[in-house]
Design a protein around this ligand. Sequence first.
Ligand SMILES: Cc1ncc(COP(=O)(O)O)c(C=O)c1O
Length: 362
Amino acid sequence: MTSGAFPFEANPNPVDAAERAARLVDPGFGRVFTDHMVTIRYSDAKGWHDAKVGPRAPLTLDPATAVLHYAQEIFEGLKAYRLADGSMALFRPEQNARRFQRSAKRLAMPELPEEMFLQACRQLVQVDKDWFPPIDGGSIYLRPFMIASEVFLGVKPSAEYLFMVIASSAGNYFKSGAPAISIWVSEQYTRAARGGTGAAKCGGNYAASLVAQSEAIREGCDQVVFLDAAEHRWVEELGGMNLVFLFDDGSLLTPPTDGTILEGITRDSVLTLAREQGLNVREERYAMDQWRADAESGRLVEVFACGTAAVVTPVGTVKSTQGAFTIGAGGAGQMTQKIRTKLVDIQRGVAADTHGWVQRID
Ligand SMILES: Cc1ncc(COP(=O)(O)O)c(C=O)c1O
Protein backbone atom coordinates (compact mmCIF):
# COMPACT_ATOMS: atom_id res chain seq x y z
CA MET A 1 0.00 0.00 0.00
CA THR A 2 1.36 3.45 -0.89
CA SER A 3 0.85 6.50 1.33
CA GLY A 4 -0.40 9.85 -0.06
CA ALA A 5 -3.63 11.09 1.50
CA PHE A 6 -5.76 8.42 3.15
CA PRO A 7 -9.48 8.16 2.30
CA PHE A 8 -11.51 10.51 4.50
CA GLU A 9 -14.97 10.05 5.95
CA ALA A 10 -16.21 13.12 7.82
CA ASN A 11 -17.84 12.64 11.22
CA PRO A 12 -21.59 13.04 10.58
CA ASN A 13 -22.09 14.24 14.17
CA PRO A 14 -19.11 16.45 15.06
CA VAL A 15 -19.12 18.35 18.33
CA ASP A 16 -20.85 21.67 17.62
CA ALA A 17 -18.80 24.86 17.64
CA ALA A 18 -20.18 26.26 20.92
CA GLU A 19 -19.62 23.00 22.80
CA ARG A 20 -16.12 22.68 21.33
CA ALA A 21 -15.25 26.21 22.41
CA ALA A 22 -16.45 25.41 25.95
CA ARG A 23 -14.30 22.27 26.10
CA LEU A 24 -11.25 24.20 24.85
CA VAL A 25 -11.33 26.85 27.57
CA ASP A 26 -9.36 24.65 29.97
CA PRO A 27 -8.72 21.32 28.25
CA GLY A 28 -6.11 20.00 30.71
CA PHE A 29 -4.44 16.87 29.37
CA GLY A 30 -5.88 13.71 27.81
CA ARG A 31 -9.58 14.35 28.36
CA VAL A 32 -10.79 16.42 25.40
CA PHE A 33 -10.80 14.48 22.14
CA THR A 34 -11.24 15.60 18.54
CA ASP A 35 -13.88 14.41 16.02
CA HIS A 36 -11.79 11.99 13.95
CA MET A 37 -9.25 9.18 14.14
CA VAL A 38 -6.95 7.27 11.81
CA THR A 39 -7.13 3.50 11.44
CA ILE A 40 -4.85 1.20 9.45
CA ARG A 41 -5.10 -2.57 9.56
CA TYR A 42 -2.39 -5.18 9.16
CA SER A 43 -2.55 -8.89 8.57
CA ASP A 44 0.20 -11.33 7.76
CA ALA A 45 -1.70 -12.18 4.57
CA LYS A 46 -2.45 -8.64 3.32
CA GLY A 47 0.22 -6.44 4.95
CA TRP A 48 -0.87 -2.85 5.76
CA HIS A 49 -4.33 -2.09 4.35
CA ASP A 50 -7.61 -0.19 4.80
CA ALA A 51 -5.99 3.09 5.93
CA LYS A 52 -8.57 5.78 6.59
CA VAL A 53 -9.40 8.90 8.53
CA GLY A 54 -12.91 8.53 9.87
CA PRO A 55 -15.24 9.57 12.68
CA ARG A 56 -13.86 8.97 16.18
CA ALA A 57 -15.84 6.06 17.58
CA PRO A 58 -15.59 3.27 20.19
CA LEU A 59 -13.95 0.00 19.17
CA THR A 60 -15.75 -3.32 19.24
CA LEU A 61 -13.37 -6.09 20.27
CA ASP A 62 -13.98 -9.77 20.69
CA PRO A 63 -13.18 -10.71 24.33
CA ALA A 64 -10.50 -13.09 23.04
CA THR A 65 -8.62 -10.32 21.17
CA ALA A 66 -4.93 -10.96 21.86
CA VAL A 67 -4.04 -7.50 23.23
CA LEU A 68 -6.55 -7.90 26.07
CA HIS A 69 -4.66 -10.94 27.36
CA TYR A 70 -0.97 -10.59 26.55
CA ALA A 71 -0.56 -6.79 26.25
CA GLN A 72 1.00 -6.81 22.80
CA GLU A 73 0.60 -3.04 22.46
CA ILE A 74 2.84 -0.05 21.71
CA PHE A 75 2.22 3.68 21.51
CA GLU A 76 3.74 7.09 20.82
CA GLY A 77 3.07 10.62 22.02
CA LEU A 78 3.79 13.84 20.11
CA LYS A 79 2.33 17.32 19.88
CA ALA A 80 1.15 19.50 17.01
CA TYR A 81 1.74 23.20 17.67
CA ARG A 82 0.48 26.40 16.20
CA LEU A 83 3.54 28.44 15.28
CA ALA A 84 3.96 32.16 15.88
CA ASP A 85 2.96 32.80 12.22
CA GLY A 86 -0.30 30.81 12.63
CA SER A 87 0.78 27.72 10.69
CA MET A 88 0.70 24.23 12.19
CA ALA A 89 3.72 22.02 12.81
CA LEU A 90 4.92 18.77 14.34
CA PHE A 91 8.20 18.56 16.28
CA ARG A 92 10.60 15.87 15.00
CA PRO A 93 7.76 13.45 14.14
CA GLU A 94 10.10 11.20 12.14
CA GLN A 95 11.82 10.41 15.45
CA ASN A 96 8.50 9.19 16.87
CA ALA A 97 7.92 7.13 13.70
CA ARG A 98 11.34 5.48 14.07
CA ARG A 99 10.93 4.84 17.80
CA PHE A 100 7.53 3.29 17.01
CA GLN A 101 9.30 0.93 14.62
CA ARG A 102 11.87 0.02 17.29
CA SER A 103 9.09 -0.59 19.82
CA ALA A 104 7.25 -2.76 17.26
CA LYS A 105 10.35 -4.85 16.67
CA ARG A 106 10.83 -5.47 20.41
CA LEU A 107 7.17 -6.48 20.83
CA ALA A 108 7.28 -8.82 17.79
CA MET A 109 4.90 -6.56 15.84
CA PRO A 110 5.12 -5.42 12.20
CA GLU A 111 6.91 -2.12 11.55
CA LEU A 112 4.66 0.61 10.17
CA PRO A 113 6.45 2.43 7.31
CA GLU A 114 7.68 5.85 8.48
CA GLU A 115 5.79 7.75 5.76
CA MET A 116 2.46 6.13 6.76
CA PHE A 117 3.02 7.12 10.39
CA LEU A 118 3.77 10.70 9.32
CA GLN A 119 0.83 10.92 6.91
CA ALA A 120 -1.52 9.63 9.62
CA CYS A 121 -0.35 12.32 12.07
CA ARG A 122 -0.38 15.15 9.54
CA GLN A 123 -3.77 14.31 8.10
CA LEU A 124 -5.49 13.98 11.47
CA VAL A 125 -4.23 17.41 12.55
CA GLN A 126 -5.35 18.96 9.26
CA VAL A 127 -8.83 17.43 9.58
CA ASP A 128 -9.21 18.40 13.25
CA LYS A 129 -7.36 21.74 13.23
CA ASP A 130 -10.34 23.50 14.85
CA TRP A 131 -9.41 21.64 18.04
CA PHE A 132 -6.27 23.70 18.81
CA PRO A 133 -7.03 25.41 22.13
CA PRO A 134 -6.96 29.18 21.55
CA ILE A 135 -4.69 29.64 24.59
CA ASP A 136 -1.01 30.30 25.10
CA GLY A 137 0.86 26.99 25.09
CA GLY A 138 -2.12 25.05 23.70
CA SER A 139 -1.46 22.07 21.40
CA ILE A 140 -3.02 18.97 19.90
CA TYR A 141 -1.49 15.88 21.48
CA LEU A 142 -1.34 12.93 19.09
CA ARG A 143 -1.49 9.39 20.35
CA PRO A 144 -0.51 6.84 17.70
CA PHE A 145 -0.81 3.25 18.95
CA MET A 146 -1.02 -0.32 17.75
CA ILE A 147 -2.76 -3.36 19.23
CA ALA A 148 -2.66 -7.08 18.52
CA SER A 149 -6.13 -7.67 17.09
CA GLU A 150 -6.16 -11.38 16.28
CA VAL A 151 -8.89 -13.32 18.10
CA PHE A 152 -6.84 -16.15 19.55
CA LEU A 153 -5.74 -17.15 23.05
CA GLY A 154 -2.47 -18.83 22.13
CA VAL A 155 0.67 -17.07 23.36
CA LYS A 156 2.35 -16.05 20.11
CA PRO A 157 2.76 -12.86 18.03
CA SER A 158 -0.64 -11.89 16.66
CA ALA A 159 -1.24 -12.38 12.93
CA GLU A 160 -3.38 -9.18 12.80
CA TYR A 161 -2.90 -5.66 14.10
CA LEU A 162 -4.79 -2.39 14.29
CA PHE A 163 -2.83 0.88 14.14
CA MET A 164 -4.67 4.03 15.17
CA VAL A 165 -4.05 7.70 15.85
CA ILE A 166 -6.34 9.66 18.12
CA ALA A 167 -5.93 13.34 19.00
CA SER A 168 -6.54 15.30 22.17
CA SER A 169 -6.55 19.05 22.80
CA ALA A 170 -4.00 19.93 25.47
CA GLY A 171 -3.59 23.03 27.60
CA ASN A 172 -0.34 24.44 28.85
CA TYR A 173 0.99 21.64 31.06
CA PHE A 174 1.90 24.16 33.73
CA LYS A 175 -0.27 27.25 33.80
CA SER A 176 2.45 29.62 34.99
CA GLY A 177 5.92 28.55 33.95
CA ALA A 178 7.25 25.25 35.24
CA PRO A 179 7.19 24.80 39.02
CA ALA A 180 9.83 22.50 40.54
CA ILE A 181 8.57 18.98 41.20
CA SER A 182 9.42 16.58 44.02
CA ILE A 183 10.40 13.02 43.25
CA TRP A 184 10.29 9.79 45.23
CA VAL A 185 13.06 7.20 44.82
CA SER A 186 11.54 3.78 44.28
CA GLU A 187 13.74 1.31 46.16
CA GLN A 188 11.35 -1.62 46.03
CA TYR A 189 10.05 -1.51 42.45
CA THR A 190 12.03 -1.36 39.22
CA ARG A 191 10.81 -0.39 35.78
CA ALA A 192 13.00 -2.34 33.40
CA ALA A 193 15.88 -4.82 33.38
CA ARG A 194 18.58 -5.56 30.80
CA GLY A 195 17.01 -7.59 28.01
CA GLY A 196 13.53 -6.37 28.93
CA THR A 197 11.30 -3.78 27.29
CA GLY A 198 12.54 -0.59 28.98
CA ALA A 199 13.52 1.08 25.70
CA ALA A 200 10.19 0.25 24.05
CA LYS A 201 7.12 2.42 24.48
CA CYS A 202 4.76 -0.42 25.35
CA GLY A 203 1.76 -0.18 27.64
CA GLY A 204 3.11 -2.92 29.91
CA ASN A 205 5.99 -0.69 31.09
CA TYR A 206 3.50 1.87 32.31
CA ALA A 207 1.25 -0.72 33.97
CA ALA A 208 4.31 -1.91 35.89
CA SER A 209 5.17 1.63 36.99
CA LEU A 210 1.81 2.55 38.50
CA VAL A 211 2.26 0.99 41.91
CA ALA A 212 5.52 2.92 42.36
CA GLN A 213 3.88 6.13 41.17
CA SER A 214 1.09 5.58 43.73
CA GLU A 215 3.75 5.12 46.41
CA ALA A 216 5.30 8.45 45.34
CA ILE A 217 1.95 10.21 45.72
CA ARG A 218 1.44 8.63 49.16
CA GLU A 219 4.87 9.96 50.13
CA GLY A 220 3.78 13.46 49.11
CA CYS A 221 5.85 13.52 45.89
CA ASP A 222 4.83 14.35 42.31
CA GLN A 223 6.75 11.68 40.41
CA VAL A 224 8.72 8.49 40.93
CA VAL A 225 12.34 7.90 39.88
CA PHE A 226 13.42 4.35 39.10
CA LEU A 227 16.82 2.79 39.79
CA ASP A 228 18.40 -0.02 37.77
CA ALA A 229 17.02 -3.52 38.29
CA ALA A 230 20.35 -5.31 38.88
CA GLU A 231 21.95 -3.24 41.68
CA HIS A 232 19.19 -0.81 42.69
CA ARG A 233 21.87 1.83 42.58
CA TRP A 234 22.00 3.59 39.21
CA VAL A 235 19.53 6.35 38.42
CA GLU A 236 17.41 5.54 35.35
CA GLU A 237 14.38 7.77 34.64
CA LEU A 238 11.00 8.90 35.90
CA GLY A 239 7.79 7.04 35.03
CA GLY A 240 7.33 9.22 31.94
CA MET A 241 10.33 11.55 31.64
CA ASN A 242 14.14 11.40 31.31
CA LEU A 243 16.43 13.03 33.88
CA VAL A 244 19.24 15.56 33.34
CA PHE A 245 21.81 16.74 35.92
CA LEU A 246 23.76 20.04 35.76
CA PHE A 247 27.01 20.57 37.68
CA ASP A 248 28.91 23.62 38.88
CA ASP A 249 31.76 22.91 36.43
CA GLY A 250 29.40 23.50 33.48
CA SER A 251 28.92 19.84 32.69
CA LEU A 252 25.62 18.09 32.04
CA LEU A 253 25.04 14.42 32.79
CA THR A 254 22.20 12.10 31.79
CA PRO A 255 21.96 8.30 32.11
CA PRO A 256 22.90 6.47 28.90
CA THR A 257 20.20 4.90 26.71
CA ASP A 258 21.48 1.35 26.84
CA GLY A 259 18.26 -0.62 26.69
CA THR A 260 16.55 0.03 30.01
CA ILE A 261 15.33 3.61 29.54
CA LEU A 262 13.25 5.27 26.85
CA GLU A 263 15.23 7.19 24.22
CA GLY A 264 13.41 10.47 24.75
CA ILE A 265 13.16 12.85 21.82
CA THR A 266 13.13 15.81 24.22
CA ARG A 267 16.25 14.35 25.88
CA ASP A 268 18.03 14.17 22.52
CA SER A 269 16.95 17.73 21.62
CA VAL A 270 18.12 19.04 25.00
CA LEU A 271 21.53 17.37 24.65
CA THR A 272 21.96 18.95 21.20
CA LEU A 273 21.06 22.42 22.51
CA ALA A 274 23.29 22.00 25.58
CA ARG A 275 26.29 21.06 23.41
CA GLU A 276 25.62 24.16 21.30
CA GLN A 277 25.65 26.29 24.43
CA GLY A 278 29.10 24.98 25.28
CA LEU A 279 28.15 22.56 28.05
CA ASN A 280 30.21 19.42 28.42
CA VAL A 281 27.56 16.70 27.85
CA ARG A 282 28.17 13.33 29.49
CA GLU A 283 25.94 10.29 28.93
CA GLU A 284 27.07 8.33 31.97
CA ARG A 285 25.68 6.25 34.79
CA TYR A 286 24.97 8.18 37.98
CA ALA A 287 24.64 6.47 41.36
CA MET A 288 21.88 7.37 43.81
CA ASP A 289 24.33 7.90 46.71
CA GLN A 290 26.45 10.15 44.50
CA TRP A 291 23.35 12.19 43.61
CA ARG A 292 22.68 12.84 47.29
CA ALA A 293 26.36 13.62 48.02
CA ASP A 294 26.64 16.02 45.06
CA ALA A 295 23.43 17.82 46.01
CA GLU A 296 24.64 18.20 49.58
CA SER A 297 28.12 19.41 48.59
CA GLY A 298 26.68 21.91 46.10
CA ARG A 299 28.53 20.36 43.14
CA LEU A 300 25.18 19.49 41.62
CA VAL A 301 23.37 22.74 40.94
CA GLU A 302 20.27 21.86 38.89
CA VAL A 303 18.24 18.81 37.88
CA PHE A 304 15.40 18.66 35.40
CA ALA A 305 13.08 16.09 33.88
CA CYS A 306 12.22 16.22 30.18
CA GLY A 307 9.55 14.76 27.92
CA THR A 308 6.94 15.73 25.34
CA ALA A 309 4.11 16.45 27.79
CA ALA A 310 5.84 18.94 30.11
CA VAL A 311 8.93 19.70 27.94
CA VAL A 312 11.46 20.63 30.68
CA THR A 313 10.50 20.48 34.36
CA PRO A 314 12.83 21.41 37.24
CA VAL A 315 13.30 18.89 40.05
CA GLY A 316 13.40 20.64 43.44
CA THR A 317 13.47 17.89 46.05
CA VAL A 318 14.25 14.19 46.16
CA LYS A 319 12.89 11.89 48.84
CA SER A 320 13.63 8.27 49.75
CA THR A 321 13.57 6.04 52.82
CA GLN A 322 16.97 7.62 53.65
CA GLY A 323 15.34 11.08 53.97
CA ALA A 324 14.98 14.04 51.64
CA PHE A 325 17.45 16.39 49.99
CA THR A 326 17.11 19.58 47.96
CA ILE A 327 18.64 20.50 44.61
CA GLY A 328 20.17 24.00 44.64
CA ALA A 329 17.62 26.41 46.11
CA GLY A 330 14.78 23.95 45.42
CA GLY A 331 13.29 25.94 42.56
CA ALA A 332 13.80 26.34 38.82
CA GLY A 333 17.49 26.98 38.09
CA GLN A 334 18.83 29.42 35.51
CA MET A 335 20.29 26.87 33.11
CA THR A 336 17.10 24.80 33.20
CA GLN A 337 15.06 27.91 32.35
CA LYS A 338 17.44 28.80 29.54
CA ILE A 339 17.29 25.35 27.93
CA ARG A 340 13.50 25.21 28.36
CA THR A 341 13.00 28.63 26.75
CA LYS A 342 15.28 27.77 23.85
CA LEU A 343 13.46 24.51 23.14
CA VAL A 344 9.95 25.97 23.47
CA ASP A 345 10.93 28.89 21.23
CA ILE A 346 12.10 26.50 18.50
CA GLN A 347 8.94 24.37 18.87
CA ARG A 348 6.76 27.48 18.55
CA GLY A 349 8.60 28.95 15.59
CA VAL A 350 9.90 31.90 17.65
CA ALA A 351 13.61 30.90 17.51
CA ALA A 352 15.44 29.78 14.36
CA ASP A 353 15.10 26.06 13.64
CA THR A 354 18.68 25.32 12.61
CA HIS A 355 18.25 21.52 12.86
CA GLY A 356 15.14 21.09 10.71
CA TRP A 357 13.17 19.84 13.73
CA VAL A 358 9.93 21.68 12.98
CA GLN A 359 7.80 20.12 10.23
CA ARG A 360 5.03 22.39 8.96
CA ILE A 361 1.83 20.62 7.99
CA ASP A 362 -0.13 23.23 6.08
C1 LIG B 1 9.29 6.42 30.27
C2 LIG B 1 9.48 7.66 29.49
N1 LIG B 1 10.68 8.24 29.48
C3 LIG B 1 10.93 9.37 28.78
C4 LIG B 1 9.94 9.98 28.05
C5 LIG B 1 10.25 11.23 27.27
O1 LIG B 1 10.24 10.95 25.90
P1 LIG B 1 9.91 12.09 24.82
O2 LIG B 1 10.84 13.20 25.10
O3 LIG B 1 10.16 11.44 23.51
O4 LIG B 1 8.50 12.46 25.04
C6 LIG B 1 8.65 9.44 28.04
C7 LIG B 1 7.57 10.09 27.30
O5 LIG B 1 7.30 9.77 26.20
C8 LIG B 1 8.41 8.24 28.76
O6 LIG B 1 7.20 7.68 28.77
